[in-house]
Write a protein that binds this ligand. Structure first.
Ligand SMILES: Cc1cc2nc3c(=O)[nH]c(=O)nc-3n(C[C@H](O)[C@H](O)[C@H](O)COP(=O)(O)O)c2cc1C
Length: 406
């Protein structure tokens, strides 16, 4: 079986909620496992949970303050549950006792944990933990069903000796199991991208005219960023070489910021050998000023001539230098005859596949939507409808996986 990468949760924000139950004493171990996988962890507890585990231990292992009441009596401020709910990429409530479960299902919010839960936009898991008969009680079972019907996920308790002395189903799943569920969510073990390293380029390049002016283009980098983020969600190790744009990728994508085409070439060449696939979504300037003035060029009445020279063709160079098993996917943006030009580029540059987009009112540079044709060098073809770039990225990545890693 494929193992998830060592830092499978790198950069992921995990909100751990602890309710009052004996199994709370195991949560510091869970937090350590999540931290060891690279996650950022914040912990919220109910008042009752602090009877079973200390805030001090949890704050040491999570490397963050532990939040319990609505108000911080020392700082005389409130603990912002909305920010926490938005911060989290995943929330796990463990142990989740019968009382907290009932409140989650009924939308109660008389403590910080419940309020953060109601504010969370991310997927939420609960790890129920209670005594044998409590767990089997029809009210609890109904609440579990209702929680799942509301879109929540349950990590089933295990069978075994319980704190009461009884033996049966009700023990909270072990911290290793809980951590594995989150790792599998972000990094599914059956994903073809687990164990793969992918280089994605995105954004424009800026070619300096002088210290304050440049030649650029209208690319925002959004398509490449969406591709990089989706690949990371599928378990790939992702390097994003990103040209100058105000957009940025999440922290689980390793971003290498560059300015010009020459910088981008250097960064890509440095990373190329370690990559299984290279997806070149950046809009690299074809030309650059032959010389960039060291000082700001002064305005004058005379016309100004700029001598432009061709930039290196990064896609061709990487394609030429690639290893036998490395896959190279190019992008083409055309304003006319898009498919014919794209097809010619695919063969001329000896690419494995090409994504062809036609610049239009809702497609290409600077738009949140796009419509593309993906061509494989062997003739396979996929055409997308007009869709959000965030939805198009999974479609492209799934098709590439089917073509090259099935
Ligand atoms: C020693 C002790 C152990 C408990 N263990 C559990 C438990 O494992 N599961 C559970 O649902 N409730 C358990 N309870 C009951 C909860 O602590 C109680 O329902 C409490 O109101 C929960 O508050 P909270 O949901 O705000 O954390 C336990 C109570 C005590 C005194």
């Amino acid at each position: 079986m494929l193992q998830p990468p060592k830092l499978a949760l790198k950069g992921r924000n995990i909100l751990v909620g602890i309710s009052g139950g004996i199994a709370a004493y195991k949560i510091p171990q869970l937090v350590r496992l999540l931290k060891a996988s690279g996650a950022n962890v914040r912990v919220i507890t109910t008042e009752m949970a602090l009877r079973f585990v200390t805030a001090e231990t949890l704050s040491v292992v999570s490397e963050n303050p532990v939040l319990t009441p609505f108000f911080d009596p020392e700082a005389k401020t409130w603990n912002n549950h909305v920010d926490l709910g938005l911060w989290a990429d995943a929330m796990l409530i463990a142990p989740c006792g019968a009382n907290t479960l009932s409140k989650l299902v009924n939308g109660q919010c008389d403590n910080l944990l419940l309020t953060a839960f109601l504010s969370a936009r991310c997927p939420v898991w609960i790890a129920p933990a209670m005594d044998l008969d409590m767990f089997q009680n029809p009210a609890v079972q109904q609440n579990l069903k209702a929680f799942q019907n509301n879109g929540g996920h349950t990590i089933e308790p295990e069978e075994g000796p319980l704190a009461s002395g009884l033996v049966g189903k009700g023990r909270m799943a072990e911290p290793e199991t809980l951590a594995a569920v989150l790792i599998d969510h972000f990094c599914p073990s059956d994903s073809p991208w687990v164990g793969k390293t992918v280089l994605v380029t995105a954004g424009p390049t800026h070619e300096a005219i002088d210290p304050v002016r440049f030649i650029g283009n209208r690319s925002s980098g959004l398509m490449g960023i969406e591709l990089a983020e989706h690949l990371a969600r599928c378990g790939a190790q992702v390097h994003l070489v990103l040209g100058p744009t105000h957009l940025q990728a999440s922290s689980w994508v390793e971003t290498h910021r560059v300015e010009s085409a020459l910088d981008m070439l250097e960064a890509c060449q440095h990373l190329q050998a370690s990559c299984d696939m290279i997806i070149m979504a950046a809009a690299v300037a074809d030309y650059r000023p032959e010389t960039a003035s060291k000082q700001k060029i002064k305005k004058s009445e005379a016309s100004l001539e700029l001598q432009l020279i061709p930039n290196p063709d990064i896609l061709s160079q990487l394609s030429h230098q690639r290893s036998k098993d490395q896959c190279i996917v190019g992008f083409a943006l055309e304003t006319e005859n898009a498919e014919a030009y794209g097809q010619a580029k695919l063969h001329k540059k000896k690419l494995d596949a090409i994504v062809i987009n036609q610049a239009g009112p809702e497609t290409g540079f600077g738009h949140s939507t796009n419509k593309v044709i993906l061509l494989h060098a062997n003739g396979q073809r996929m055409e997308s409808p007009l869709m959000n770039k965030s939805q198009l990225a999974p479609l492209l990545i799934d098709t590439l996986a089917e073509w090259f890693y099935a």
